[in-house]
Design a protein around this ligand. Structure first.
Ligand SMILES: Cc1cc2nc3c(=O)[nH]c(=O)nc-3n(C[C@H](O)[C@H](O)[C@H](O)COP(=O)(O)O)c2cc1C
Length: 265
């Protein structure tokens, strides 16, 4: 059994029964009763919808502080503000030297923490690379140099690392010196969590860009890459690499976009 149901306060309104997609709750004699189908996946919709706050999830007792009460009639951000945030977001590659501290990172992870995930797996693991970023990028190069002939950027990266050529910026990191990686068994889980974190970062005066070439390391030699992260389940893949920092440039206007293809059928 996964739920604690307070029979005293339950009014038998049936909302929990309606929202449970696993049919794990039925209302009998005006009281919610848990049915043990063995497949409750802790989504918490029953406790989130309960008007009398009569349900709690077992095993999450230490996380009561994460349960917040909301007015279900109010949306906390106006659609206009949110659309403006989406429109104003620009990839940032030019950063101040100031580093993001742990407290600020933790706020970003709070934004990612509430992301949906397939089967409610909540399996995304993040790594913040700071002191070890340089070492990590050397490993990335060792792996992706296999495709040096295909991509001029990888060739430049090699030259930069060997001190050859006259590079103003790091060909992969530009002025970045901190990076957030997201690992998951499911690419969608990692990407959804990462984009939430990314957008929230902009509300905190931060910015960054996704680094495709870093992800290539996972594509080309997953096992070797994962040796760098012994604490992470090696069945997970690195699906997002976001270079992040305090922007040293500020953009003033939106730029033209090609338009989005939508088919209503
Ligand atoms: C999946 C993905 C990979 C990207 N990889 C890189 C990259 O390796 N290096 C880089 O400088 N920018 C990278 N970007 C940023 C894009 O180049 C950027 O979105 C594009 O220049 C448009 O600018 P905007 O994001 O400001 O609209 C990537 C973006 C995405 C979504």
């Amino acid at each position: 059994m996964k739920l604690n149901i307070n029979k005293e306060t339950c009014t038998g309104c049936k909302l929990c029964e309606t929202v449970c997609i696993r049919d794990n709750i039925i209302v009998v004699d005006k009281k919610a009763v848990e049915v043990d189908n063995g497949d409750c996946f802790d989504c918490g919709h029953c406790l989130a919808i309960c008007p009398s706050n009569s349900i709690s999830l077992k095993g999450f007792d230490g996380q009561k502080d994460r349960v917040g009460e909301y007015n279900p009639k109010e949306i906390p951000v106006s659609s206009e503000d949110y659309l403006n945030l989406l429109k104003q977001r620009r990839s940032i590659r030019w950063f101040k030297k100031k580093k993001i501290d742990k407290e600020t990172f933790n706020k970003l992870f709070e934004a990612a923490y509430y992301s949906p995930s397939a089967q409610n797996a909540q399996d995304v693991e993040f790594v913040v690379l700071d002191n070890e970023l340089d070492e990590f990028m050397h490993l990335v190069y060792d792996i992706i140099s296999a495709e040096e002939d295909k991509f001029f950027r990888i060739k430049q990266f090699g030259e930069y690392l060997r001190g050859e050529g006259d590079y103003k910026n790091h060909p992969l990191l530009w002025e970045g010196h901190q990076m957030i990686l997201a690992f998951s068994r499911n690419s969608a889980n990692a990407l959804i969590a990462s984009t939430r974190l990314e957008l929230f970062a902009y509300t905190m005066g931060l910015g960054g860009f996704y680094s495709l070439f870093t992800l290539k390391a996972d594509e080309l030699d997953h096992d070797r890459l994962m040796e760098f992260f012994p604490g992470i389940d090696s069945h997970k893949h690195m699906y997002s690499a976001f270079v992040i920092g305090y922007p040293r440039v500020k953009y003033r206007r939106t730029v033209p976009h090609k338009g989005i293809d939508v088919y209503y059928r």
